[in-house]
Design a protein around this ligand. Structure first.
Ligand code: CA
Length: 474
């Protein structure tokens, strides 16, 4: 690993990408009044939204107390602060591709029947399943009624969550899903498809024929419901989601998923597939997206990409599904990168590498909670402390390939790392990840620049990291 600093003297020709990867504190869990919750529930019970829910159902699943952690989560959405390469490297790693290949063979017959009925390519169904619930392995453990009741009575978006609370009660009252199985994400998405209750009522189907739409326990129900979701959002039978492409040298167009053009338009502009082959003829219209700007991977995406997008309203999320589906089509987990590299010299890590980092941090005496392969607040905080005490810059709490190599080297050699010899005179964190720096140190922080290919990584005084595109000559 190589850490060096340069004086603050360079010419930028434009701010291409701003990414806040600095460690962000989760807001503390609020104190919620149970009296307020119970009073709120009393009035909800008699409101129009809950018409059709019997008094018996409502009272049977009525929470005893609010769950403050869901309000905490409501006001904290870390995925919007991650670099796209960090996001994708965790969602589409070798492990998930291998799991997906196994699932593809195990459920081949079901997937064929689903394709026959809905016209959705098996790998597209698998892509959603893999990203949403890790092929049914990660369903979320929060009791849905506690979460949704709390979200219905406190903080933002109460109207929306009241609808979802009523719908969740309807699902149990209808007998589709057992109340004990109604657990999920903090926001109320549940089951192998991670549908919200309203989506469940609109789109879930019974595909195994037992008369219940059980998206928790029945894989055929979950996969067919996913296919039904994609079809209802406009999926086009026989079309790919899109392709990774190569831009012509002097093309500087915008990244805009909604700006769809004919494939002839893109051919005439000089676009090819990323490996140089000509663009195929199996996509009717496509738009150009460049998730990391002009110098990163580029994609032409069609209508079926939009159906992935409608699952979670994030292009990076849709790209994870799309990319995973391609790797499952090829049945090859040996290389999970795109053909064009991300514009960084410090790419993201897999979940296995995240686990390795967590284990190394535990071994070094840092409290990161459990080794789960998820770089959450505790792990980021521990990384930031490790970085600052070992002289690793920037001390941003980010787990990339460089940090992975640094901590793996130092834990296998069991000797002081070279960088620790240059340990700067930083103040220790006052609290997890919180620094107070004298002005002169802030100035020095701002001057720590790491050169990258075509980019410089600039650390602002407040810890924010910017990738600034620079002239090759400077
Ligand atoms: Ca069923």
């Amino acid at each position: 690993m190589k850490y060096f600093s340069l004086p603050l003297a360079f010419t930028t020709i434009g701010l291409s990408l701003i990414a806040n990867t600095a460690y962000a504190n989760k807001p503390p869990a609020p104190e919620l009044s149970n009296a307020q919750l119970q009073q709120c529930l009393n009035s909800l019970k008699n409101s129009s939204k809950f018409r059709g829910i019997s008094n018996y159902t409502f009272e049977q699943y009525r929470p005893n107390q609010p769950d403050p952690s869901v309000i905490q989560s409501l006001n904290y959405q870390p995925e919007f602060q991650k670099d796209v390469w960090d996001y994708l490297s965790a969602l589409v790693d070798k492990e998930r591709v291998d799991d997906g290949i196994r699932a593809k063979h195990q459920w081949a017959d079901t997937l064929r029947r689903i394709e026959a009925r809905y016209g959705v390519k098996p790998e597209h169904v698998l892509g959603v399943w893999g990203v949403e619930s890790n092929f049914g392995q990660t369903l979320g453990k929060k009791p849905l009624f506690d979460s949704l009741a709390t979200l219905s009575c406190f903080d933002r978006r109460q109207t929306y969550f009241r609808g979802e609370y009523a719908n969740a009660l309807k699902i149990v009252q209808n007998g589709d899903i057992h109340a004990n199985d109604m657990t999920g994400s903090w926001a109320g998405a549940f089951g192998q498809t991670q549908f919200m209750p309203s989506t469940f009522l609109e789109l879930a189907v019974d595909f195994d024929g037992d008369g219940r739409r059980d998206l928790v326990n029945s894989v055929p129900d979950a996969l067919a419901s996913t296919a039904n979701f994609l079809v209802k959002r406009g999926y086009r039978r026989g079309e790919p989601w899109g392709y990774e492409v190569k831009k012509p040298a002097n093309y500087w167009g915008e990244s805009n998923r909604r700006n769809k053009k004919s494939m002839n338009y893109w051919r005439n502009q000089g676009f090819t597939l990323a490996d140089g082959r000509p663009l195929p003829y199996d996509l009717s219209q496509a738009a150009l997206i460049m998730p990391a700007g002009q110098n990163g991977p580029a994609f032409l995406v069609g209508k079926n990409f939009d159906t992935f997008y409608s699952y979670n309203a994030s292009e990076n999320y849709a790209l994870a599904i799309a990319h995973l589906s391609d790797l499952l089509t090829r049945e090859d987990s040996s290389k999970t990168d795109f053909i064009t590299a991300w514009p960084t010299d410090d790419p993201g890590i897999s979940r296995q590498q995240a686990k390795d980092i967590q284990q190394a941090l535990l071994n070094a005496g840092y409290d990161i909670g459990t080794v789960d392969g998820i770089i959450g607040d505790n792990t980021r905080s521990a990384i930031q402390q490790y970085q600052s005490s070992h002289g690793i810059f920037p001390a941003d709490g980010r787990a990339g390939q460089k940090f992975y190599r640094a901590i793996m080297n130092s834990s296998t050699n069991n000797a002081p790392s070279r960088s620790s010899l240059r340990q700067p005179n930083f103040q220790q964190p006052t609290r997890y990840g919180q620094y107070t720096q004298p002005a002169s140190q802030s100035d020095r922080m701002a001057q720590l620049i790491e050169s990258q290919q075509g980019y410089r990584r600039v650390v602002d005084a407040d810890g924010r990291i910017r990738l600034v595109r620079v002239d090759k000559g400077h």
